[in-house]
Design a binder for this molecule. Structure first.
Ligand code: PLP
Length: 228
């Protein structure tokens, strides 16, 4: 792109690491308690390998077929794969075959499908902070009843909560709600302490509100090749 200086992958990665450290310091937290998951959707396996060479161990994907193929192509057992997109019921078992953690559990039917899996799948309950049910996630007041269902499912390990800040809303306020929901969940399930919030544009606010896991795409990968 003419006239535009294009930073390299490692420069973008370092810049985000620095941003994470700064926000951690600002909130009196240890940056080591915050995991950056690099969301590589629409990017190829070569980029995953490049990031792995930079020390990234946690990767996120949101589309099943692409994720399945990429995980198979990279075939690196040291990596942890996170599925962060909406889960179609009929794809759920396949997703659980390669994803170590599913961030977007949002209905009982998914729990029914996944509870008898061969291996244990880590899962987060996604909270919908909008009034639009098509965004994915449970309404905040339905969190605990779904959590109770996950806790009794043998193939699932409840790790915590996930949310996306609504477009146009103040992300800090949105993430403060998630922090409150996480506190409610931990009263029921003390080990379910993950808070998966924060993307390229709002990870600082997420860290200030207790995020343990960030899902960062474009700030590290650059623009996605063929998607918005
Ligand atoms: C794509 C995606 C991300 C990363 O978004 P960026 O804005 O590119 O950082 C995070 N979470 C979910 C659920 C996504 O689908």
């Amino acid at each position: 792109m003419m006239g535009q200086s294009e930073a390299s992958l490692s420069e973008r990665f370092n810049a985000v690491q620095e941003g994470v450290s700064n926000a951690a310091r600002e909130s009196g937290r240890d940056p080591h308690d915050i995991t950056t998951i690099v969301v590589t959707k629409f990017h190829d396996a070569a980029m995953v390998r490049e990031l792995a060479a930079l020390g990234v161990r946690d990767f996120g994907e949101s589309r099943h077929q692409e994720a399945r193929d990429k995980v198979a192509e990279v075939a690196d057992s040291a990596l942890t794969w996170h599925f962060v997109g909406q889960v179609q019921g009929k794809k759920a078992r396949q997703i659980a075959s390669y994803a170590h953690v599913i961030h977007s559990i949002d209905r009982e039917s998914l729990v029914n499908t996944l509870e008898s899996g061969e291996r244990t799948t880590g899962c987060l309950i996604q909270i919908n902070l909008t009034d639009d049910p098509s965004r994915g996630g449970v309404a905040p007041d339905a969190l605990l009843s779904l959590a109770e269902r996950v806790l009794e499912a043998p193939g699932l390990q409840l790790l915590g909560v996930m949310a996306v800040a609504p477009l146009g809303a103040d992300p800090r306020r949105a993430f403060a709600r998630v922090r409150g929901a996480s506190e409610g969940l931990r009263a029921l399930a003390p080990d379910a302490h993950w808070i998966s919030t924060g993307m390229s544009g709002d990870y600082r606010e997420a860290i200030l509100e207790g995020a343990t896991h960030l899902r960062i795409g474009t700030a590290i990968t650059g623009n996605r090749p063929h998607a918005g």
